[in-house]
Write a protein that binds this ligand. Structure first.
Ligand SMILES: Cc1cc2nc3c(=O)[nH]c(=O)nc-3n(C[C@H](O)[C@H](O)[C@H](O)COP(=O)(O)OP(=O)(O)OC[C@H]3O[C@@H](n4cnc5c(N)ncnc54)[C@H](O)[C@@H]3O)c2cc1C
Length: 446
């Protein structure tokens, strides 16, 4: 059997290699460190955690817990290593990063079907099964090669993420539905608009200017922001009117309650494919999460907003996956090429591990002459894969796992748990685990 080639022995690549090998398929795993370092890695170990040592909450009933629980059921090497490396961290699965990476490195070295090659890959072999898992800090030559493989304009180098809020936490007695100049795409008034009067705008601006930013992850990274996706606090620094002529412009909108054009507006757009959530259009920012919550709740109508995700801007190499990948992480133009990890358009350690795990399984299926076995949509992993491959490619943003990526409950369940969010989430988790168990049972003998 021909070996699978995996580029990058980070979180996704290590997990993918292990999974493919456990299915009896030989793997050649390429890692450029220590010959060539990235701006964030410090060691030559596999699965090095480059920043925080937390794999997020492990509290039963939370979306990040569900993702980890599914990975445990799928026999994830990295989740096992995390258990061994676990240090006290409250509800979070927090690890000793050295022990964690050592444990993964040891397990990969002990796997007879995996050959580790310490070299930088420049070209993607298109005639062999390959998993590209070279991460957010993919080396320059490989990035150029991926750009060629995926076509122009489908490889991004910077992430600019706007905050997302839960729909039912928006105060619709203040906010109103409308599209600029009444130009709705489907006649349903596409946006929710939060109207400001002058005083509210001035107070919001003062808070934004005084807000604390997140320190840069990679200090030597001097890459300037793209002008098209400047953080709102940077826009605010350019002049007190800049936001009012940019993402907060009120033109073409009339508040039905006052009958007048507001002084400024924040527009909220329904998230494509995410149930029940809205993003704040053009509100990417670099503020600390606690600061974001405090300042964004000064927006009229968002006083009690619940945040599904906070805004961020950081260096990140990723592809426009919905335009390129199938739900089994294969390049539509060449099904022998898979993507996994952050470069495949997910965000976060555990999400990278998850896409690595399934890419390893899918690639092993293909190497053994089978069609890759897709995961059920009701599972957290199935939902991540659905998002990666089916979100709107015109404005694609990488995602963490959250409940709004999972399919909504049916009407009866929604009705039953309508006043109890925790019970609703518990039901989504129960459905996901049951579905994963059925999937595992059905494929136990394969
Ligand atoms: C600075 C930074 C901080 C982050 N902090 C967090 C955080 O705190 N929490 C969180 O959940 N997520 C964080 N992330 C996001 C993400 O979860 C991590 O980057 C995660 O490591 C991604 O896993 P991965 O497997 O896709 O990539 P990586 O773990 O980076 O693995 C990719 C591997 O590919 C190798 N490689 C690259 N190019 C080549 C090549 N041409 N040939 C051979 N090998 C190559 C690299 O050396 C690396 O080992 C952070 C990202 C960055 C950039």
């Amino acid at each position: 059997m021909h070996p699978i080639h995996i580029i990058g022995a980070g979180l996704a690549g290590s997990e993918a290699a292990y999974q493919a090998a456990r299915q009896g398929v030989p793997v050649i795993l390429y890692e450029m460190r220590p010959i060539r370092q990235t701006p964030a890695h410090q060691t030559d170990r596999m699965a090095e955690l480059v920043c925080s040592n937390s794999l997020k909450t492990d509290q039963e009933g939370a979306a990040p817990w569900l993702l980890k629980e599914e990975l445990r059921r799928l026999d994830s090497l990295l989740l096992r290593a995390a258990e061994i490396a676990r240090v006290p961290g409250g509800h979070a699965l927090t690890v000793d990063r050295v022990v964690f990476a050592q444990e993964v490195t040891r397990a990969i070295a002990a796997e007879p079907l995996i050959e580790l090659r310490r070299e930088e890959v420049h070209n993607v072999p298109e005639d062999r099964i390959t998993i590209i898992a070279s991460g957010p800090l993919t080396s320059d030559t490989l990035a150029t090669e991926i750009g060629r493989l995926t076509g122009s304009g489908r490889l991004f180098f910077y992430d600019s993420i706007s905050p997302i809020v839960e729909a039912d936490s928006i105060d619709m007695t203040i906010a109103f539905r409308a599209s600029r100049y009444g130009k709705s795409l489907d006649g349903t008034d596409d946006y929710i608009n939060c109207p400001f009067d002058r005083d509210q705008y001035e107070r919001f601006l003062d808070a934004l200017l005084a807000g604390q930013s997140v320190p840069a992850h990679i200090t030597e990274d001097q890459t300037p922001y793209f002008e098209a996706c400047l953080p709102i606090e940077e826009l605010a620094r350019r002049g007190r009117e800049t936001l009012r002529f940019g993402p907060m412009k009120p033109v073409g909108l009339v508040d039905p309650r006052s009958g007048r054009r507001p002084y400024a507006v924040v527009q909220l757009r329904q998230e494509n494919l995410r149930a029940d959530s809205y993003n704040l259009v053009g509100f990417q920012n670099h503020l600390r999460f606690a600061e974001q919550a405090r300042i964004m709740r000064m927006i009229p109508g968002l006083e009690r907003a619940e945040f599904v995700r906070f805004g961020q801007i950081h260096r990140n190499t990723y592809i426009n996956s919905p335009a390129l990948l199938t739900s089994t992480l294969q390049l539509r133009l060449n099904p022998d090429v898979f993507f996994a990890g952050q470069i495949s358009g997910v965000e976060g350690y555990v999400e990278s591990i998850a896409t690595g795990l399934v890419a390893g399984r899918f690639a092993a299926d293909l190497a053994q002459g089978r069609l890759p076995r897709a995961l059920p949509r009701e599972t957290a992993i199935g939902s991540l894969l659905h998002y990666i491959s089916a979100a709107d490619p015109s404005d694609y943003q990488p995602a963490n796992i959250t409940f709004d990526l999972l399919p909504a409950l049916d009407d009866a369940a929604k009705q039953k748990f309508r006043r109890d969010k925790r019970a609703r989430h518990a039901e989504v988790c129960r459905r996901a685990i049951e579905s994963m168990d059925r999937f595992l049972e059905a494929h136990a003998t394969v």
